[in-house]
Design a protein around this ligand. Structure first.
Ligand SMILES: Cc1cc2nc3c(=O)[nH]c(=O)nc-3n(C[C@H](O)[C@H](O)[C@H](O)COP(=O)(O)OP(=O)(O)OC[C@H]3O[C@@H](n4cnc5c(N)ncnc54)[C@H](O)[C@@H]3O)c2cc1C
Length: 422
C-alpha cells in the first residue's frame, strides 16, 4: 500500500473487501474512475474464503419468487437488488471469471471445484488490472472534522478525502475474519438508524445434563423433523439434520429455523421445539413396535432392534423423558414422534454464520446511499436483512455491492463539477 494517494486521483473509496465491497469496486472501476479499496485485515475476502471451506454454496437455482421469499420481511427491499443482479446474472459473472458452476441435488449452486480461493484469485487479478488500488491494514475509524475518512494504519492514523464512499463492512459474526460490527457506533453517531445486530443461522443453548453432554456432544441427529410454533402462532415444520453440541444444538436444520427460534426466545424467554425421531413411521406404527413383547431385552436394545433408535437418539429420549415413560408404550411412542426440547438462548453473535440487523433500508435511497449522508453508500451484510444459508447470503451481498457501486459512480458523475470531499 502506498500511503500517499495523489489528491488528483482520489475519487471513490470502498471500505471492506468482502464480496459486497469487491463487487462495488468492480462496478465503479470503469471509464477511468479510480477506486481505492481499504480493509482492516492483511488480506481481503477472509469470510468469503471461510464460506468456501465446507463447499462454497454461492447461490441457488430456484426461481426468483421462492428465492425472494427467503428474505422474509425484507423481500420487497431485496427484490430490486436481485432484479438488477440476481442468481442467474451472478452465475454468468462467475463463468466470466473462468469458473464453471453446477447445481447440486438440493438446487444449491456451487463453483465446479466447490472452492472459493480460485474464484477470489481470478477476481482480484481482474480488479487489479482494472485499476483498483488495495490498501490493507487500514481500519476505518469514521470521519475527521474536515469530512475526510479516518483510518488506523501501521504508520499511525491517516485521513483521506474522497468524493464518495461505499461502506461494505460486513455484519458482526466471526470477528476474527474482519467484520466486527464496530462500524455500528460510527454510523449511529452520524444519525443513521442501525437495527441491533443479532445472530442468525446460529446454534442455540439447551440445558443438557453433564451425562448427556459428555457422551453425545458432536453427535449428528440424522433425518428428524423439527416443529415449533413461532411468536405469531405460525407452526414451522421441517425435516433435516442437526448436531447435539456441548451447549445445545446447531447445524443446517437449526440454522434454517434460527430467525423464528431467536425471535420466539426474545419474546418468551425460551422456545419449546418438538423432534420427530422417526419421520418414516406414524405414531400408531411406532407404538405397535414398542408394545411388541421384548422378553428379557432392555428397553434400549428393544428400541434399537424394533425401530433402529440408538446412540444420540436413544440418549435424547433418556435425557428428556421421565423414567416412567419407558414403561408406557403409548407415552413413549408419542414422545418419539414429538419429543419436547427447550431452547433457552441463541449462541452469541460472534459464532453465527451471519448477522440479522444493520443499516435500515428506510435510511437508504434506491441506490443504497444514506439519505442523510450524501455520497455514503452501504452494501452487503451490514444492511438490515437476513436469509437462511443456501447461497442467499452471498447472492444479496454481491447484488447490493453492485447496486451501491453503480450508485456511487452515478452520483459522482452527476456532480462531477463539485469539489466537495467527504
Ligand atoms: C463459516 C461461514 C460459512 C458461510 N457459508 C456461506 C455459504 O456457503 N453461502 C453463503 O451465501 N454465505 C455463507 N456465509 C456468509 C457469507 O460469507 C457472508 O454473508 C458474506 O461474506 C458477507 O459479505 P460482506 O461483503 O457483506 O462482508 P464480509 O465478507 O464480512 O466483509 C467485510 C469486510 O470489511 C472489513 N472491515 C470491517 N470493518 C472494517 C473497518 N472498520 N475498516 C476496514 N475494514 C473493515 C472486514 O475486514 C472484511 O474484509 C458463511 C459465513 C461463515 C462465517
Amino acid at each position: 500500500m502506498a500511503p500517499d494517494i495523489p489528491a488528483a486521483s482520489r475519487k471513490i473509496a470502498v471500505i471492506g473487501g468482502g464480496p459486497a465491497g469487491l463487487m462495488a469496486a468492480e462496478a465503479i472501476c470503469r471509464d477511468g474512475i479510480r477506486v481505492d479499496l481499504f480493509d482492516a485485515m492483511p488480506s481481503v475476502g477472509r469470510k468469503f474464503l471461510m464460506a468456501g471451506k465446507g463447499g462454497m454454496n454461492i447461490t441457488h437455482s430456484e426461481p426468483l419468487l421462492p428465492f425472494l421469499a427467503r428474505y422474509g420481511a425484507r423481500q420487497a427491499k431485496i427484490r430490486p437488488l436481485l432484479e438488477a443482479f440476481g442468481p442467474e446474472a451472478l452465475r454468468e459473472w462467475i463463468h466470466g471469471l473462468g469458473i464453471e458452476t453446477f447445481v447440486g441435488s438440493s438446487g444449491r449452486v456451487f463453483p465446479q471445484d466447490m472452492k472459493a480461493a480460485p474464484l477470489l484469485r481470478a477476481w482480484l487479478r481482474r480488479l487489479r488490472e482494472a485499476g483498483v488500488d488495495f490498501h490493507m491494514r487500514h481500519r476505518w475509524l469514521g470521519w475527521d472534522e474536515a469530512g475526510r475518512l479516518r483510518f488506523a494504519t501501521s504508520q499511525g492514523e491517516q485521513s483521506f478525502g474522497f468524493d464518495a464512499v461505499v461502506l461494505a463492512l460486513g455484519g458482526g459474526s466471526w470477528a476474527q475474519l474482519g467484520s466486527n460490527g464496530a462500524w455500528v457506533s460510527l454510523l449511529e453517531q452520524r444519525g443513521v438508524t442501525v437495527a441491533t445486530l443479532k445472530p442468525t443461522n446460529c446454534g442455540f443453548d439447551a440445558e443438557w445434563s453433564e451425562h448427556f453432554r459428555s457422551r453425545f456432544a458432536g453427535e449428528p441427529l440424522k433425518s428428524v423433523v423439527l416443529s415449533f410454533t413461532d411468536s405469531a402462532g405460525v407452526v414451522h415444520r421441517r425435516q433435516g439434520e442437526f448436531v447435539a453440541t456441548a451447549n445445545g444444538v446447531e447445524g443446517s436444520l437449526i440454522y434454517a429455523m434460527s430467525a423464528a427460534l431467536r425471535d420466539k426466545i426474545a419474546a418468551h424467554g425460551d422456545v419449546l421445539i418438538y423432534l420427530d425421531l422417526m419421520p418414516g413411521k406414524d405414531e400408531s406404527q411406532v407404538i405397535k413396535e414398542i408394545a411388541h413383547p421384548r422378553g428379557s431385552r432392555s428397553m434400549a436394545s428393544h428400541l434399537q432392534s424394533r425401530l433402529g433408535i440408538k446412540g444420540v437418539k436413544s440418549g435424547l429420549l433418556r435425557e428428556l423423558l421421565p423414567a416412567h415413560s419407558f414403561s408406557d408404550p403409548a407415552r413413549l411412542g408419542s414422545a418419539i414422534k414429538a419429543l419436547p426440547l427447550r431452547l433457552i438462548a441463541p449462541r452469541p453473535l460472534n459464532e453465527a454464520i451471519s448477522s440479522a440487523g444493520g443499516v435500515v433500508f428506510e435510511d437508504l435511497d434506491d441506490r443504497l446511499m444514506i439519505r442523510s449522508l450524501p455520497g455514503v453508500f452501504c452494501a452487503g451484510e451490514m444492511l438490515d436483512w437476513e436469509a437462511p444459508t443456501g447461497g442467499y447470503l452471498l447472492t444479496a451481498c454481491f447484488a447490493s455491492g453492485r447496486v451501491a457501486g453503480l450508485g456511487a459512480r452515478a452520483w459522482l458523475e452527476s456532480r462531477s463539477s463539485s469539489t466537495n470531499s467527504l
